[in-house]
Design a protein. Structure first.
Lengths: 105, 154
C-alpha cells in the first residue's frame, strides 16, 4: 500500500531544513478497538532514512511513541543542500511495509 | 481472565512472527543497521539509553536546546525540536519519562547539523529527555511538558 510522503525544504541563514512526513497510523499496540474489544496490533515505522545526493544524511529510528503521521526534520548547511540537490526518503515499518520518495530541491 | 491473557499472548506472538517473516523474506533491505528493539522496549530511561548507546553515563551540556511546548493540549502530537550546538554530533534521541516505553525516537546523523525535529506521543505530563551523542560522549537535557488530555487547559 502506498503511503503518502510529504517532503519540504526550507532555507534560512545558510541552513537548510529537510522536513518530511509519512502518512502512517503508528499504532502503539495499546489501543483497544471499541467494537471488538481487542487490542489493535502494533504498526509503526521503525526506520526512516534521508539521503542527500545519494549519500546517507540521517537515519532515524522511530518507535510506537512517535506521533501518528510522523514528522522528521533535520538540518544541513545550505552549501551541501544546494538547488538541484536530490533528496531521497525511504522508510520501513514493523510489518515489512516500506516506501520511498525522491525529490529535487 | 484466562481467555484474555491467551488472546493477548497469541496476538503478540503473531506480530513477532509477521515481523520475523518479513525480515526473512527480504534479507536485502535498504536499511543497513537494524532497529534497536531492545532499546525501544526498555521500561526505564537509563536502560533505554544503555541499550541504545552502550552506556548510561550522561553529562549536561549548555549547547543542547529543547524547543517544545510547556503545555501540550494534545498528548498524541507534541512537536519537539532539539538543537545541539556541540561539535561532531553523531546521534540524538528523545525519551519521554512517563511513557510505557520511554524511548520515542532516535536519529543517527551523517554530516547533518545537530538538529532533530519530530512529533511525539505523550501519555501524561512528564519530562522529555534529550540525549545527544557527540564525539563519543553522551549529553542529556530534560524539559518538563504538561499534557492536558482533554485539551481544555488546566
Amino acid at each position: 500500500m502506498a503511503r503518502t510522503i510529504v517532503l519540504k525544504t526550507k532555507s534560512a541563514r545558510g541552513t537548510t531544513e529537510i522536513l518530511t512526513r509519512v502518512a502512517h497510523p503508528m499504532e502503539t499496540g495499546l489501543r483497544v478497538d471499541k467494537k471488538t474489544k481487542k487490542k489493535i496490533p502494533e504498526h509503526y515505522i521503525e526506520k526512516l532514512t534521508i539521503e542527500l545526493n545519494g549519500k546517507k544524511l540521517a537515519e532515524a529510528n522511530l518507535g510506537p511513541a512517535a506521533s501518528k503521521n510522523p514528522t522528521v526534520g533535520v538540518k544541513v548547511s545550505s552549501a551541501k543542500a544546494k538547488k538541484g540537490s536530490k533528496i531521497k526518503i525511504s522508510w520501513s515499518d514493523n510489518k515489512g511495509e516500506k516506501g520511498s520518495k525522491e525529490a529535487t530541491i | 481472565m484466562k481467555r484474555r491473557t491467551f488472546l493477548k499472548g497469541t496476538m503478540a506472538g503473531g506480530v513477532i512472527a509477521v515481523a520475523a517473516g518479513a525480515g526473512l523474506l527480504k534479507p536485502t533491505q535498504v536499511m543497513a543497521a537494524s532497529w534497536p528493539k531492545k532499546a525501544f522496549s526498555a521500561k526505564a530511561i537509563p536502560d533505554a539509553i544503555k541499550a541504545l548507546y552502550g552506556s548510561s553515563n550522561t553529562a549536561s551540556h549548555k549547547g543542547i536546546k529543547i524547543n517544545a511546548p510547556l503545555q501540550a493540549e494534545n498528548g498524541g502530537l507534541v512537536p519537539i525540536k532539539i538543537t545541539a550546538n556541540i561539535a561532531k554530533v553523531e546521534s540524538i534521541a528523545m525519551l519521554v519519562s512517563k511513557n510505557f516505553r520511554p524511548l520515542a525516537t532516535s536519529i543517527d546523523l551523517f554530516g547533518a547539523k545537530g538538529f532533530y525535529r519530530a512529533n511525539l506521543k505523550m501519555r501524561k505530563s512528564s519530562d522529555l529527555v534529550a540525549v545527544v551523542k557527540a564525539g563519543g560522549k553522551l549529553y542529556k537535557k530534560s524539559h518538563k511538558i504538561k499534557v492536558t488530555v482533554g485539551g481544555c487547559g488546566g
